[in-house]
Design a protein around this ligand. Sequence first.
Ligand code: FCB
Length: 441
Amino acid sequence: MRFPPGFLWGAATAAYQIEGAVSDDGRGPSIWDTFTRGGQSGDPACDHYHRYLTDVELIDSLGLRAYRFSTAWPRIMPDGRTVSSRGLAFYDRLVDALLERDITPVITLYHWDLPQALQDEGGWCNRDIASHFASYARVVHDRLGDRVKQWTTLNEPFCSAFLGYGTGVHAPGIQDEGKALVAAHHHLLAHGRACEVLGTASIALNFSPVLTDFRDAAHRESARRFDGLHNRFFLDPLLGQGYPPDVLADVAHLGALEPAIRDGDLETIAQPLSWLGVNYYAPTRTAPLDDLTARGNCPLPGLRGMDVLPPRGPLTTMGWEQRPASLTDLLLWLGSRCSVPLVVVENGAAFVDVVEPDGRVRDGERVRYLDSHLRAVHAAIVSGADVRGYFAWSLLDNFEWALGYTQRFGLVHVDFVTQQRIVKDSGRFFASVVARNGLTD
Ligand code: FCB
C-alpha cells in the first residue's frame, strides 16, 4: 500500500504545549498562562525552547521530512503589538536547524496562545483582533518567509472560539454562547486578513464526522445540526460559500452572529488556500433530545440542548472513539467539496504508556491506531481524494491543555521530570512506514 510520490510525512506540535520557558527572553503572558495559573501549565512542558536541537535530531532520526510547529505570538510580540527580536530569533534558529537536516518547516501562526494583553481588550470578541493578527503574520513572514514556504494561519478555530468562549473549558474560560460565535467569525476574518499578507496559506480545521441512525428523520435532523455547526460552519465560508443558511437559522435565537458580520467580511474570509489542513481524532454520535441514552452535553453554541451519545469502544484515554472509517469518509467528503489538496495535519491517540525496565515503551495500541488510520487515509486516496500528506499528533508527549500532563499523544515519550526522550514503538512503526512510503497489505 504505497502513498503517492512526494507524500509529506511529518509530526506536529504546538508552542504552548512543548516550549516551556514562559518568561525567557522577554516572552509575555498568554491566555493559557493566565488560565492555568495555580495548576499544571505549559511550564516547563518539554522544555523544547532549550532542547530544540535534540528534538530536531529526533525528527531527523525518525526520517520525517516535515515538521509542523506553531510560533508563539506572546514570544514574538509580548504585548501583542511590539516586536521582540529575541523571541523571533528562537524561530530563526529552529527553522535553520530544520533546514540543515532537510526537514520542511510547516508553521502554524496561532495555536491558541493569545497574548494576554490582547485578551484584556476583548481577545477574539474584539474585531480589531483581525488587524493585530495580520500585523503579527507580517512580522513572522518578513523574518522567516525567505526560508519557510508552508504557512498555516490558525489551528482549530472551533476549539479556540467554542471551547474558549462558549463552554469555557479552554482559555480564556469565558462561557457565553453568543460571544463564542462572534469569536469564531473573528477567527475566520483574521485568517483572511493574514492570507492577504502571506500570499497563499492553509488553515487547520478539526472535523468530527457525525454518526446517527440515518433511517430516522429526528436522528437525521440531530446530525444536520451538529455537522452544521461543527464542520460546515467553518468550512463553507473558507470555500467562498458563506455561512450555511441552516446553521445561521439554528443560532439566530442568540442574536449575536449576524450583527458581527459586516459587508466584505465573507470576501475577506474566502481566500485561496494552498491546502486544507485536516485534524481528525474521532466521530460524534448524535441523537434527538428524547433519546434516553444520550448525555445531553453538546458543546456547540446554541445547540446545548442537543444530545450527543456516548462514544463506542474501544476508546482512547481521552475517551474518544477509535473509528478509522470516519477518516476515510471525511477525506472523501472534503474531496468532493473542495478543489484544494488536503493534508492531514493532526491525527493520533492518547493511551497509558509504560517505560519498561529495558527502557522501551511498547505502545501497541498506538501502533494499531496509527496503522488503521494510515490505511484509512490510503483508502481515501485510492478512492480519489487528493491527500498530500499526513502529520502524526504528536512528536512528543506534551501539555494537553485542560487535561495537563495526563494525556500522552507522543511518538516519543517524555519524562517531564528529567526531560529524557524515548522513541516509543509507535515512533519506530511510523518511521518504518515513512521509510517505505507505505504499509504492507
Ligand atoms: C487538538 C489540538 C492539539 C492537541 C490534540 C490532542 O484539538 O489541536 O493541540 O491538543 O487535539
